[in-house]
Ligand binder design. Structure first.
Ligand code: ADP
Ligand code: ZN
Ligand code: MG
Length: 493
């Protein structure tokens, strides 16, 4: 029997607010344990929470960016459970009235797109962190993270493969980063993904029993964990067994999922409305104001005076990159994945460069150089105008394509213009026929044997001769002239 996979994701995104959800403590990552706490976030009795307006705005922003309906009235609820990292004994969350409902995210799907529907987006506070280290028979608790605003995005069970799941998380992460509500750092845990997965025989309408997988802190692990879990479930069913609804943990060292606990039901949490907080009223004025400022106008790396259009969300950019600039989908998807990349690209094009050529340089040399230093595009000295200047030199025949790579690297390292570098280093292309002819003659003289073989029909040697001449001229000879001269001298014309 063939089985179909069904996946629904729950994404937790830490919001980029400076202070926590219900108190003024800092949300900075990586400080000494328990240095960012106060009576509110460590759960002392008798204190009262105060809502962080920014956090609510960020959830509304997200809702708008992923096509949700924004509730004009929503409410917080207490979710009760006991765990050492939750000193109050309950988490302030949202239950029956979340801020956002019914949205969707579009993912690329074999040359077309597929909508993954979203059930809801709600706001809650994060818990602290238990630390199990040291030899003693104890655990430690760090409450710096307790009370950090956390947004939970729940998808419908619309995802049909581990690959789609990864596409979905990537797209969502891109959107959250475009609108600056979450940094999307999966290793540091500011973006976490729980995956609900089940299998069913093809053709069966009813869903199978699902398990929920936690603890996958990279795209690779999401894919691996799901692949493993799907295989495991199919094997259980094929062996005549039943899937138990439970929460499982991904063990990245062993490459398997392991049972953690049986699934708790909503009634286990004894949800009830949070009595210490007023409901959230979103009037149309506030909503419109948030919509207008959905994205900061432009990315901070921008140096030139070129004016970009209104900042766009990734889907709109993607469409423009394909339709207006004629980029292949592959290029468009890569370039839109980070807002700074997309704006860098668009700025170079606005300055007059050919879109596909810009894209090639960005996906090739630039990405290579950035990866070598583990840097982001907005951190590098090479600006769109640098590339545009370089392309002009190539077009005018002043430098060869090969030299251009050297100049590009130098621009990247120094932030100098292509012009300056070419002058300083004397990299101007040699187009003088007499000079090139000298080099050609020398190479042919030195390589008698190859010349004979060439004349006897081994035409592959053409590349060898060109290479030798380029080497002799340190890459500066105009390749077109080199080829012409070679053909003439070897009697191919
Ligand atoms: P629960 O009652 O366990 O909280 P929900 O219906 O609230 O389950 O769904 C939680 C998540 O699990 C959602 O992302 C949803 O899309 C997904 N989900 C629900 N049923 C299934 C299923 N049978 N297989 C895979 N995912 C599912
Ligand atoms: Zn606090
Ligand atoms: Mg549920």
């Amino acid at each position: 029997m063939q089985y179909e996979t069904v996946i629904g994701l729950e994404i937790h995104a830490q919001l980029l607010t400076d202070s926590k959800m219900f108190c003024g403590c800092s949300t900075k990552f990586g400080s000494e344990p328990n240095t960012q706490t106060c009576p509110i976030c460590i759960g002392m009795p008798g204190v009262l929470p105060v809502m962080n307006k920014k956090a609510i705005e960020y959830v509304i922003k997200t809702g708008l960016a992923v096509n949700c309906k924004i509730a004009s009235y929503s409410r917080f609820a207490r979710k009760n459970y006991f765990y050492p990292d939750l000193p109050k004994g309950y988490q302030i969350s949202q239950y029956e009235l979340p801020i956002c409902e019914h949205g969707y995210v579009e993912i690329a799907d074999n040359g077309s797109t597929k909508k993954i529907m979203l059930t809801r987006i709600h706001l809650e506070e994060d818990a602290g962190k238990n630390i199990h280290e040291g030899a003693g028979n104890y655990s430690l608790v760090d409450l710096n993270r307790a009370g950090t605003p956390l947004m939970e995005i729940v998808s419908e069970p619309d995802i049909r493969s581990p690959k789609e799941a990864v596409e979905f998380v990537k797209k969502l992460r891109t959107i959250l980063r475009y609108i600056s509500v979450c940094d999307g750092n999966m290793e540091q845990g500011s973006l976490r993904c729980d995956a609900n997965v089940s299998v069913r025989p093809y053709g069966q309408e009813e869903f199978g029993v699902k398990t929920e997988i936690k603890n996958m802190n990279s795209f690779k692990f999401i894919e691996k964990a799901l692949e493993y879990e799907i295989k495991r479930q199919i094997k259980v069913l094929k062996d005549g067994g039943k899937i138990i609804q439970e929460t499982r943990l991904w063990n990245s060292e062993r490459g398997i999922t392991e049972s953690m606990r049986s699934k708790e039901e909503a009634h286990d949490y004894r949800y009830f409305p949070e009595p210490d907080l007023v409901p959230v009223d979103v009037d149309s004025g506030w909503l419109e104001q948030i919509r207008t400022h959905l994205m900061a106008p432009t990315f901070s790396f921008v140096r030139s005076s070129v004016h970009l259009e209104e900042p766009d969300l990734p889907d709109i950019k993607r469409q423009r990159f394909i339709c207006r600039y004629g980029l292949p989908e592959y290029d468009a998807d890569l370039l839109i994945s980070e807002r700074a990349m997309a704006e860098w690209f668009e700025q170079a094009v606005k300055l007059g460069a050919d879109p596909k050529i810009v894209s090639n340089w960005m996906m090739g040399e630039l990405t290579k150089l950035l990866n070598e230093e583990n840097k982001q595009i907005e951190e590098c000295m090479l600006k769109p105008e640098h590339l545009v200047g370089l392309l002009e030199l190539i077009n005018k025949g002043i430098i060869s394509g090969k030299i251009a790579k050297t100049v590009f690297e130098e621009m990247y390292k120094t932030g100098k213009n292509a012009d300056t570098i070419v002058k300083e280093k004397g990299l101007v292309q040699i187009s003088d026929e007499a000079d090139i002819e000298k080099a050609v003659d020398e190479v042919l003289e030195k390589n008698h044997e190859e010349v004979e073989r060439f004349k006897a029909g081994d035409e592959k040697l053409m590349g060898f001769f060109v290479g030798q001449i380029m080497k002799a001229t340190k890459g500066k000879a105009n390749p077109k002239i080199v080829n012409e001269l070679l053909k003439k001298k070897l009697g191919k014309e």
